[in-house]
Design a protein around this ligand. Structure first.
Ligand code: NIG
Ligand code: FE
Length: 442
């Protein structure tokens, strides 16, 4: 057996193989035989690449990965394609590349109306914060969402997730944060769950009740922090509506002390943590996330050297959202290249939301990360799959095509994965498989 063939023998003992994907020109399994955790430094460009490869699936999991001739002979005991088991479904990848499904670890996908009016205002010269201060921004999405039924939100979100799936996202994180009352936050999280179920996409939910101070609490901030810690998080946890808690930690939103109170409470309730950190101002959010052992610190446009050092020395994933920088028209991107070289675990996400970034395409995010942050195409692939899965605590289950993991993968429309960032704006995904099932053909 060559060292490129990897097999989950236990799985193959228990189940008959159900699907064989063969004639894969280039398989980026991301499995380097060391699946211990997320990738840092030069490991971020190791793709476990195999040419003329095949993928064998049992039920919803990867059973074997390797060069096609060896996989046929050593795993299926077939000398030729002519004597494959009759009940085995065979998919011919036509020599195209296969990669893991994308994991998008940061989105705000449940919302009502879109806000292209603000996009135009920004182009004319107003800033994101000026528009927010004038009653637009998150507040306008909050008043809109409060008036909508759960049903309506399920319908809107279902359409968006279906579109995300067509761009190859097979696992998505969705945050609340446009409700800012107990009932509206619960409504958002329930809608996220129902929409994901409609589409079949894997979902991780995050409570972001601390997205903004609602207008009615403008003069009593502390009372809103209490509502979040004493009621919203407690109910979210009791009803199992989110496994993580996020805070928009920013001088104009929640300060460090308020963020610490909310995140500590969530941790005591048994939730995982993530932070909107150093997005619009250098504020120490990255250090706070690292200190609390958060799963991720996200945005980081304004991270300073102390923040970078804190993340490099921690297991907190640095999630970068270059689509937001692009959509806001900001000139400076976060220091992705430098942070990889410094040893940070880097992941990419879309930040898909109605305000700062209405981009949901992970292929486009990879293109921005290449040209604007000087990440290599291979690094952007690891950052959008395996490291993104670790940012959500799902690295054992998804994010690479290692035997034993879920069979979530994409057949591209080219034989070289580098086509993804290179053809920016094009959707390179031909076919999407989720849990071993073909769910979409573009
Ligand atoms: O990630 N930073 C806070 N929240 C979103 C923007 C939300 C909105 O403008 O509606 C973000 O950029
Ligand atoms: Fe965000």
């Amino acid at each position: 057996m060559s060292n490129l063939l990897r097999v989950d023998s236990d799985l193959l003992k228990k189940h008959r193989p159900s699907l064989l994907v063969r004639n894969i020109g280039q398989l980026c399994s991301l499995d380097t035989g060391n699946e211990a955790g997320p990738r840092r430094r030069t490991e971020m460009s190791e793709l476990g690449m195999i040419e003329n490869a095949a993928l064998l699936i049992c039920e919803d999991k990867i059973a074997a990965v390797g060069p096609e001739p060896e996989l046929l002979k050593d795993v299926l005991q077939c000398e030729s394609l002519g004597n494959l088991p009759v009940e085995l479904e065979v998919v011919d990848a036509d020599g195209f590349a296969v990669i893991p499904g994308f994991v998008d670890p940061h989105t705000h996908s449940v919302f009502g109306k879109t806000r292209q009016d603000e996009y135009e205002r920004r182009i004319k010269g107003e800033t994101y914060l000026e528009i927010a201060a004038a009653g637009g921004g998150i507040h306008s999405s909050v008043s809109d969402l409060r008036q909508r039924s759960e049903e309506e939100l399920v319908d809107l979100t279902t359409g968006r997730l279906q579109e995300m799936l067509s761009y190859g996202t097979t696992t998505v994180e969705i945050k609340s944060g446009y409700g800012l009352t107990l009932e509206d936050e619960l409504k958002m999280l329930r809608a996220a769950g129902r929409a994901a179920e409609n589409v079949g996409i894997r979902l991780v939910r995050t409570c972001l009740a601390a997205h903004e101070i609602p207008k009615e609490y403008k003069d009593n901030r502390r009372a809103y922090v209490d509502l979040v810690t004493d009621e919203i998080l407690v109910r979210v946890k009791a009803e199992n509506l989110a496994e993580r808690c996020d805070v928009f930690c920013e001088p104009t939103v929640f300060d460090l002390e308020e963020s610490l109170i909310i995140l500590s409470r969530a941790r005591d309730l048994g939730m995982e943590l993530t932070v909107h950190a150093d997005e619009l101002a250098t504020f120490g959010g990255a250090q706070l996330a690292a200190r609390l052992g958060a799963q991720s610190a996200d945005h980081l446009i304004k991270i300073d050297s102390q923040g970078r050092q804190a993340l490099a020395q921690s297991d907190t994933v640095a999630v970068m959202l270059p689509g937001t920088v692009f959509s806001l028209g900001i000139k400076n991107y976060p220091p992705g290249r430098e942070m990889i070289d410094q040893g940070c675990i880097l992941a990419l996400a879309s930040d898909y939301n109605p305000g700062s970034c209405n981009v949901m395409s992970m292929p486009l995010i990879m293109a921005l990360a290449c040209t604007q942050m000087r990440l290599l195409p291979a690094e952007t692939l690891v950052a959008s799959t395996l490291n993104a899965a670790w940012a959500l605590g799902r690295g054992h289950e998804v994010g690479s095509l290692a035997p034993g993991k879920k069979a979530d993968f994409l057949i591209l429309d080219d034989s070289d994965y580098r086509i993804i960032p290179y053809r920016a704006g094009h959707n390179p995904v031909k076919t999407v498989f989720l849990g071993g099932q073909r769910v979409l053909n573009n």
